[in-house]
Design a protein around this ligand. Structure first.
Ligand code: SF4
Length: 304
């Protein structure tokens, strides 16, 4: 029987490199102090990469977390290279950098300190309110280079949150963290993603998130519909069959053509998000641009 309360296993494993070159994204480097994520969202994009790598992508995903215990040391070495060009680094593209392990290991905090010292711009995405612990270092980093924090808050609907994000903090708690960051002068966005058609895309559901994000002090907001690649798709459908069986047919149709919804299906939802953003006077999140790059060590990129 599936239980969401099994204790994860933390595997302390040194890394050879901290920064991963990425291609085709608005940032040149990604940095993930942990691999695997105990939040185990049903829609998690990373499941698809785990399956491709022949690692658990279903209920066992997020049961084992790799802790890159030496990541701060390796990062400092990489940032000290004369060739380092201070290109944008994205933290948390493949795992939540403020999942519970960070309370103990403090690796994300150490990485932020290193990036601040190296005057390197950074973008961090999380669902973890633990980030407020590091407001001091985020402020220091923002004084030296561009810093953008993005909080993923796909919905405020408690029943949707409980069923799709078994391990994350309640959305209202995340909003309090947004407020704390914004009050500290840190540029903070809310990422309303993934939006689930038929489940979290009703106009009043979308409006509630945008309004709450604005009231919490977020200056930017972005939204996107769910993508379901093989690996993520099977797991998500399994949960859909359990929690919203009446939606199964709709999702089979929406994703009959592959991992992405057709433009005609996604567009009305995204237009609604754009209208709400304009209504509440919020900007669309824009990452500082980085020169195009090729990936020498492909790593998962979730941006969830
Ligand atoms: S979507 Fe983000 S927070 Fe959820 S399991 Fe995946 S990496 Fe973790």
């Amino acid at each position: 029987m599936y239980s969401s309360h099994v204790r994860p296993w933390y595997r302390e494993e040194p890394c050879k490199s901290a920064l991963n070159r990425v291609a085709g994204m608005p940032f040149a480097w990604s940095l993930n102090p942990y691999m695997g994520c105990v939040h185990r969202c049903t829609f998690c994009y990373v499941r698809a990469f785990e399956r491709r790598a022949d690692r658990p992508a279903g209920d066992d995903y997020g049961r084992t977390i790799r802790v890159k215990v030496n990541v701060v040391h390796v990062l400092c070495r990489e940032l000290a290279r004369p060739a380092w060009r201070r290109e944008l680094v994205a933290i948390g593209a493949a795992t939540d950098p403020y999942q519970p392990a960070e309370g103990h290991y403090r690796l994300t905090r150490g990485c932020l300190e290193a990036l601040a010292r190296a005057r390197t711009p950074l973008n961090l995405i999380t669902r973890g309110p633990l980030i407020v612990r590091d407001i001091d270092i985020l402020r220091a980093a923002a004084a030296r280079a561009d810093v953008d924090v993005s909080f993923s808050i796909p919905t405020l609907d408690e029943s949707v949150w409980r069923r799709t994000e078994p391990g994350t903090a309640p959305p209202r708690q995340r909003l309090r963290a947004v407020r704390a960051l914004a009050d500290a002068g840190i540029r903070t966005s809310v990422g309303m993603a993934p939006i689930l058609p038929g489940i979290s895309d009703r106009p009043e559901q979308l409006a509630a998130v945008v309004r709450a994000a604005r009231e919490a002090g977020a200056s930017h907001l972005w939204g996107n519909v769910v993508h379901l690649r093989p690996g993520t798709r099977e797991h998500f459908f399994e949960h859909l069959a359990r929690d919203w069986p009446e939606e199964l047919e709709r999702y089979r149709r929406l994703f009959a053509g592959g991992a992405y919804m057709a433009r005609r299906d996604a567009e009305p939802i995204l237009s609604q998000v754009a209208r709400l953003r304009a209504k509440w006077g919020m900007a669309e999140r824009r990452l500082a641009s980085s020169p195009p790059a090729r990936s020498s060590e492909p790593e998962q990129l979730a941006l969830v």
